[in-house]
Design a protein around this ligand. Sequence first.
Ligand code: DHB
Ligand code: FE
Length: 283
Amino acid sequence: MTDTTLKATAAASGASATERFLTDKTGSPSRTADTARVNTLATAVITAVHDVIRTHRATYEEYNALKSWLISVGQDGEWPLFLDVWIEHVVEEVAAADRKGSKGTIEGPYYVPGAPALPGTAALPMRDGEPGTPLLFQGQVTSASGEPLPGALLEMWQADDDGLYAQFAPGIPEWNLRGTVVADDQGGFAVTTVQPAPYQIPTDGSCGRLVAAAGWHPWRPAHLHLKVSAPGHETLTTQLYFKGGAYVDDDVASAVKPELVLDPTPSAGGVAEVTYDFVLDKA
Ligand code: DHB
Ligand code: FE
């Protein structure tokens, strides 16, 4: 794939992510939020910005650059990308502070509910000759008290070997590398997939301009996304990374945790194998 194709596709991903968010996350904060809480949070954010301006003696030129950049993030449909890359990891840290079971991390913008149901031992939907190293990902889902959770759901989604997500990049079958795995009667699962490639946030939109202007890089390490759920338990939203992979120690979205790094073993026939168990907190 040429660099130009990849860039064009990535920009389309950003616009689709905005549409997806507006479709799925339907709460209307202005109607449901409590005035005192909005006052607290909005005042704190505005005050924090004032502090930055005073501390760093920001100029009118910089203020106007910010204004035009904020306008362009909306025009490019890149608010989901911006927020999920630079803000969500702290929201997740606060939300999960009391969790006893498996670690989670950010959801990101590319989850789609309703992926096809698959038995506990299954392959994710993929194209004939799907590029990438085959991966057997297996384990068990249990509750924090140690009981297996039969029929637990593992919703999985991931980028392909080009770092692209189905439904957010053109030309990929709708549910490619997306599935809802139903664990067996012991909470067990054994999923065949391919190892994803690192993901590059779009370089041709507003987030890309920020990254370039600040001298950062636009990459996330290769990752599998999961939402693991079972009745009576808190849903775990997580991602798993690959030991030694590019950007594992330098994720633009700051979402890697040591507990989330897989170390698959190469096995016969070129399939990498890894076991990873999930522990869910009681709801
Ligand atoms: C973004 C993309 C991802 O695949 C992810 O896991 C997190 C964030 C993003 O572009 O914002
Ligand atoms: Fe992702």
